[in-house]
Design a protein around this ligand. Structure first.
Ligand code: NAD
Ligand code: UGA
Length: 470
């Protein structure tokens, strides 16, 4: 049924069953039982895992996601590799594919690679029928909607299928590990677009569980730029606190006290003031690089340089942690066993993209360390892929160290000389330091890069401690 103001959405298709597409569509399906939601992907293994009866095999680990999948899957939520049918049946199509930094060609190293977005748009033109609202969910550079519109409008549209397209921007602000909470209770939902009827159709979906004052409608370019700007502001806050953490270590100030003091100013806010090993994740770095590229493209070099500094501080923070570990352990790690606790880029996710652990582990391996790595949600194959250890072995002249995967904290720490906490998993907050000290004959150093360990308890058990910003 179509009223004057909106098109009633009965079938949604989402192209891309990743960290955004999977959880986002699961929540839409859960909140809108009358809408059939089909999530499609070219990756057959991923779709098989989304369909697995064993919910521990879901490709994305997010607290609460398994319950929603159990509730909706094969009722009004479907995972499939059949793009053609899902697109043909959809009134609304979300494009939620990856948009990594380009590795070659114009803008390499900075601009986003829109290959997958473009491919998706071409599939939409090929298979869509009737009026279809296309929603950009992926994070993309400003004015990408224009490119999508161009593809949709200029490709050989099918007369038989009476194709008609409208493009909206609806960036996603969920953060991993909190995705379900963020999707169910978002700070805001942002919808950019000029076609009022299509905008209202999307607003009507979100209105089923989000209060209207939190649904913000803007022009399409504001929506696209707001997503990049929000990530850049969040990352900038982390680089700011990390910069101050270095100053704390030199001056005798305590980063936790400083963060608390400045965070109590409501204009600054208390969130995102945890000093750490630098931000990771698939988006902050790529989105800032994209912002830098856009600033250079629009001939705003000062703006580009400003955002570059946020990335520079992030690298600096990781480098100084590595230097601290090496210098504390007498300037050499050759043949020394070091335990790495945490490999995901943050707690409560199995995602390791751009995790600080990758660079830190690689550099420790270059120093000749023998790493034993433990993470509650990341397996050995994933670590292998990230460290690219097959390649590292080929470069054995450069890489002297080795690594092994452990299934528990206590297996990992046995006979270690150093323990480096890199992810803020809850279980690292309650490590039994007495047990740890008994598992090693030598003096042990704890490097707590997240300030989460019970360092008093560690010290009481003769473990020497270095904490970030203290
Ligand atoms: P992801 O890599 O986890 O998932 C993307 C999926 O798209 C992959 O499974 C891939 O196989 C699939 N895909 C690529 N091309 C396809 C095609 N032509 N047809 C069908 N499937 C295709 O990526 P993600 O983390 O979900 O991120 C997706 C987008 O959302 C990115 O633009 C990202 O910047 C943005 N974003 C991510 C997060 C996050 O927390 N990960 C949060 C907000 C926004
Ligand atoms: C981030 C944003 O928070 C989301 O709003 C956004 O949608 C998403 O990026 C995206 O576009 O991909 P995410 O990367 O999942 O979400 O996680 P964050 O909680 O933002 O953490 C990012 C990194 O910063 C992590 O490595 C985390 O450990 C680090 N961090 C975060 C700190 O070091 N200190 C803090 O105080 C907060």
């Amino acid at each position: 049924m179509e009223d004057n103001m909106s098109l009633e959405i009965k079938n949604i298709c989402c192209i891309g069953a990743g960290y955004v597409g999977g959880p986002t569509m699961a929540v839409i399906a859960n909140k809108c039982p009358s809408i059939k939601v089909t999530v499609v992907d070219i990756n057959e293994r991923k779709i098989a895992n989304w369909n697995s009866n064993d919910l521990t095999k879901l490709p994305v680990f997010e607290p609460g996601l398994d319950l929603i999948i159990e509730n909706c899957r094969n009722k009004n939520l479907f995972f499939s590799t059949n793009l053609q049918d899902a697109i043909a049946n959809a009134d609304m199509i979300f494009i939620s594919v990856n948009t990594p930094t380009k590795t070659r060609g114009v803008g390499a190293g900075k601009a986003s690679d829109l290959k997958w977005v473009e491919e998706s748009a071409r599939k939409v033109v090929k298979y869509a029928k009737g009026k279809t609202i296309v929603v950009e969910k992926s994070t993309i550079p400003v004015r990408t909607a224009e490119a999508i519109k161009l593809i949709l409008d200029t490709s050989n549209k099918s007369d038989e299928y009476k194709q008609e397209f409208s493009v909206l921007s609806n960036p996603e602000f969920l953060s991993e590990g909190n995705a379900i909470r963020d999707l169910e209770k978002p700070d805001r939902v942002l919808i950019g677009g000029d076609d009022k009827k299509s905008v209202k159709s999307l607003v009507d979906i979100y209105k089923r569980w989000v209060s209207p004052e939190k649904i913000l409608c803007t022009n399409i370019w504001s929506s696209e730029l707001s997503k990049l700007a929000a990530n850049a502001f969040l990352a900038q806050k982390i680089s700011s606190i990390n910069a101050i953490s270095g100053l704390c270590e030199k001056s005798g100030a305590n980063i936790k006290e400083v963060a608390k003091a400045i965070g109590m100013d409501s204009r600054i806010g208390s969130q995102f003031l945890n000093a750490g090993p630098g931000f990771g994740g698939s988006c902050f770095k790529k989105d800032i690089l994209n912002l830098i590229y856009l600033s250079e493209f629009y001939k705003l070099p000062e703006v580009a340089e400003y955002w570059e500094k946020v990335l520079e501080i992030n690298n600096w923070q990781q480098n100084r942690i590595i230097e601290k570990i090496v210098s504390t352990l007498f300037g050499t790690l050759s043949g020394k066993k070091i335990t790495i606790l945490g490999f995901s880029f943050k707690a409560n996710t199995n995602d390791t993209r751009e995790s600080p652990s990758i660079k830190i582990c690689k550099d420790l391996l270059r120093e000749g360390a023998n790493l034993s790595i433990y993470d509650p949600k990341v397996d050995s194959e994933q670590i292998e892929r990230e460290l690219n250890s097959k390649n590292l072995e080929n470069l054995s002249k450069e890489i002297n160290g080795s690594w092994e995967f452990n299934r528990s904290i206590y297996d990992a720490v046995e006979d270690s000389l150093g323990i480096v906490v890199l992810t803020e998993w809850d279980e690292f907050k309650s490590i039994n330091w007495n047990k740890v000290s008994k598992l090693s004959n030598d003096p042990i150093w704890l490097f707590d890069t997240r300030n989460i360990c019970n360092v008093n308890e560690a010290s009481r058990n003769n473990i020497m401690v270095w904490s970030i910003g203290l």
